[in-house]
Design a protein around this ligand. Structure first.
Ligand SMILES: [Zn+2]
Ligand SMILES: [Zn+2]
Length: 188
């Protein structure tokens, strides 16, 4: 079965990578649209004043699939491609990318694979019981996985840095004019 084979490979090819090994093109650090951390007033650690998105948890609607993550997010975006519209049922899919080896998932998500506009597989993880969309694993970027930020226990800190695949955005879509837009994939 394709889905379980791919999931196993993700685990088997896990390697420890540090933030330094994330290519700048992925984080957008060299383009001015890097993941923007919330302002200090959003910080949860009042003692140090530091932004504390270094430990968070989330779950699907029924609670059968849960996850926890330690570390910083590497990229946050909204994808307006047709596949994301279908998969989410909405105008776009918000995605918070984190290092795959920093995310601990408990419970069994089911994965559905499709070929994205990139020509590469995108594996979307969801709860087989309640259907909540939870994860996105792009074959193009095997070291990262995206989380659907609405499943976070505290979704308030999500800050999308870019909009992608805006060529297929719907007329009823509402986007933040302040963040960069890419008609297809962001440049790599
Ligand atoms: Zn569920
Ligand atoms: Zn998409």
């Amino acid at each position: 079965m394709v889905q379980s084979r791919i999931r196993t490979e993700f685990v088997a090819t896990h390697k420890v990578i540090s933030r330094a090994t994330i290519p700048p093109a992925l984080t957008g650090n060299d383009r001015g649209w890097s993941y923007s951390k919330p302002s200090q007033s959003d910080a949860r650690d009042c003692q140090t004043g530091e932004w504390m998105m270094n430990s968070f948890t989330g779950r699907c609607l029924c609670g059968a699939v849960r996850y926890e993550f330690t570390g910083d997010a590497v990229l946050a975006l909204n994808c307006h491609c047709r596949d994301c519209q279908r998969a989410s049922g909405g105008a776009s899919t918000p995605a918070l990318f984190v290092l795959r080896n920093s995310l601990k998932i408990s419970g069994s998500a089911k994965y559905y694979d499709s070929i994205g506009e990139s020509g590469k597989v995108i594996s979307r993880g969801f709860c087989p019981n309640c259907g909540s969309a939870l994860f996105g694993q792009p074959e193009l970027m095997p070291d990262v996985i995206s989380i659907r930020p609405g499943t976070l226990d505290d979704p308030s800190t999500f800050r999308p840095a870019i909009d992608i695949y805006t060529a297929s955005a719907q007329p009823w879509d509402v986007m933040d004019p302040a963040i960069p837009k890419f008609s297809a994939a962001p440049p790599r």
